[in-house]
Design a binder for this molecule. Sequence first.
Ligand code: 4NP
Length: 156
Amino acid sequence: MNRPAVLFVCLGNICRSPLAEAALRKAAQSAGVDVEVDSAGTGQWHVGDPPDPRAQAMARDMGCEIGHLRARQICSDDFHRFTHILALDDSNLRTVEQLRPTDARAETRLLLDFVHGREGQEVADPYYGNADGFAATWADVSAGADGLVRALSAAR
Ligand code: 4NP
């Protein structure tokens, strides 16, 4: 199999998907799995912005630095570049599927489909909440990253 390449997609690309990116890099590194990782948003409002300061603080608490990341919008080339495009919620999964070209390479799913017993569930948007929401986001995206690493390891 080709090297797996995972793109996480949320709305703004400043809260959930950069945290998912950090969680997967961390999980893959500790499992010794080689995977390309990136993230994008379906919306354009935050293009060029670094992750939300609350997301940066959460990542830093978990030993991950994400302050260098910059938000970008998903583009049609992503469907050829990545093997997996994983949305954080239903609304963004629908948008991803609408953008999907007919000859896409990428499999499109929800991130929590990779967590046993949580298939079909969403990672809640923490943007309008407080810091507790970001801890819940980290718990969700790291569970998803662990499940994904197991699936990628099994597929090798
Ligand atoms: P994200 O969170 O999709 O997890 O990055 C959001 C960030 C910004 C907005 C909404 C959600 N916004 O409306 O600007």
